[in-house]
Design a protein around this ligand. Structure first.
Ligand SMILES: Cc1cc2nc3c(=O)[nH]c(=O)nc-3n(C[C@H](O)[C@H](O)[C@H](O)COP(=O)(O)OP(=O)(O)OC[C@H]3O[C@@H](n4cnc5c(N)ncnc54)[C@H](O)[C@@H]3O)c2cc1C
Length: 428
């Protein structure tokens, strides 16, 4: 196989956004993307709820999401590339304690141009027939459910089709002369001494060494720069090299409920929140169970990002768990939204979050000609464009990346050595 300027392992949303932005800025470079699956975006990208929001507790995450979402808006509205973007908004249902916690975050983001609308609980009852007061419900008390105190509606949020985004980056990368090979599994990273002495099993610790490509099930691919964008599978490659990336996999599940009866149809097509005429992406109080509307399909997607005691575990084909819905999500959901009574999912799927255990923000750094791009912690679709631009700036040896819209972003802020980001508190 010929030597490449760049080999990127992983054709998920991050690998392809990175490939596109590097290629766009280095047209002469020979860049190859490989993936073990037979098509693009078949890893966690395909398992995503594919929603976006410009609300994070950390300013860094806010900027990454906000600029990416503006880029997607530009594709959709100016370039007429249909990403199936719908501005449903996010409706955050909050108990009293969480309202107090989130208020300072909202106020500080407001000063930076962020908009939100406050809903009184009584208005929510009228608009979505929500149970706000669970005080006299013995089961709710046992489950530690809280009363709804306020609703916060974020208009700059919604849903998009991750497959359309993937297709955009893949097509544009190929159009610029990039190369992609599917069905190739990277087995490990190739390490070489900078100067070879021909000794068996070199390099040794006293030799300068670098990453020179990947060994795959179809042969070795050599490159000047190797980029790992393997999502939840990233630490698999780095652990054996003794490189810490603080990225760990955790299963996340989505359950699909069709709006079959009148009450559910009314809820799904709730008017008054957004131009779509549907329920916003809604987050329940305390346990933050999410209801993702899918109006074009007439269904709701339900999910919950459980923490303790959900294992950090790498699974090749993670499966949804029936009991997780039946004895978990359903029990909480039906207390707030009785419209879901007796509803069972008609389908379900599961994928993996690649969680950055340090601060819940992406990780982009280089070590010995190996660039690592990952740790999206459950919000990689909505931040993918900014991440691709930052990875391209790192590749080009630049101190700052320019995000869509012109914001300057210091590349080392997402690195590990000089990392400068705040802890993200709004991971759902
Ligand atoms: C249930 C769920 C809901 C989510 N909801 C949202 C949401 O609403 N909004 C949002 O923004 N994000 C959401 N996310 C997160 C989002 O899906 C991820 O952040 C994003 O897809 C990460 O993209 P990636 O390219 O890093 O990873 P992936 O899409 O997993 O891509 C990694 C690629 O690397 C390839 N690969 C791995 N190992 C090898 C190997 N050995 N050889 C070759 N190729 C390899 C894989 O095949 C895969 O295609 C959700 C995730 C889950 C699981």
């Amino acid at each position: 196989m010929p030597k490449f300027d760049v080999v990127i392992v992983g054709a998920g949303i991050l690998g392809l956004s990175t490939a596109y932005h590097i290629k766009k800025r280095n047209l002469a470079a020979r860049i190859l993307v490989i993936d073990k699956f037979n098509a693009a975006g078949q890893g966690s990208t395909a398992k995503s709820a594919s929603a976006f929001r410009c609300l994070f507790s950390s300013y860094t995450n806010y900027v990454l999401a906000d600029s990416s979402v503006e880029f997607y808006r530009h594709l959709q509205e100016n370039l007429r590339i249909d990403l199936k973007m719908q501005w449903t908004g996010y409706l955050w249902l909050l108990d009293k304690e969480n309202w107090r916690k989130i208020l300072p975050v909202l106020k500080s983001l407001c000063r930076k141009g962020f908009g939100f609308k406050e809903y009184e609980k009584e208005d929510l009852v009228k608009q979505v027939s929500l149970n706000i007061d669970l005080t006299n419900d013995e089961e709710a008390r046992l489950m530690n459910l809280k009363n709804v105190y306020k609703g916060v509606f974020i208009p700059k949020a919604g849903i998009v089709d991750a497959a359309c985004l993937v297709e955009f980056y893949e097509k544009e990368f190929l159009r610029l002369g990039g190369e992609i090979r599917y069905g190739i599994k990277a087995e490990n990273i190739v390490i070489e001494p900078c100067e070879s002495f021909g000794i068996p099993n070199e390099p040794y610790f006293w030799q300068d060494s670098r990453i020179a490509g990947v060994k795959t099930d179809k042969g070795v691919i050599k490159a000047d720069k190797t980029i790992l964008a393997t999502g939840a599978w990233i630490s698999e490659f780095l652990d054996v090299l003794g490189i810490e990336c603080f990225i760990r996999p955790k299963k996340r599940q989505i359950f699909c409920i069709p709006a079959k009866n009148e009450a559910l149809k009314q809820l799904l097509f709730t008017k008054g929140f957004n131009p779509v005429g549907c329920l916003p992406f809604t987050i329940l109080p305390h346990y933050q169970i999410l209801i993702r509307p899918f109006p074009s399909e007439g269904v709701f997607w339900l999910g919950y990002a459980d923490e303790f005691p959900r294992a950090f575990k790498l699974e090749e084909d993670p499966q949804p768990e029936k009991n997780f819905y039946q004895f978990g999500i359903y029990q909480v959901l039906v207390k707030y939204f009785p419209q879901f009574k007796d509803c069972r999912p008609t389908s379900a799927f599961a994928g993996l979050y690649a969680i950055n255990t340090l601060d819940g923000q992406p990780v982009i750094f280089e070590e010995r000609d190996l660039i690592i791009v990952g740790g999206t912690s459950g919000s990689g679709i909505m931040k993918a464009d900014a991440i691709g631009r930052i990875a391209a700036a790192l590749f080009n040896g630049e101190e700052y990346a320019f995000l869509y819209g012109g914001r300057r972003f210091k590349v080392s802020d997402l690195g590990l050595k000089d990392r400068r980001v705040e802890q993200e508190k709004l991971i759902i």
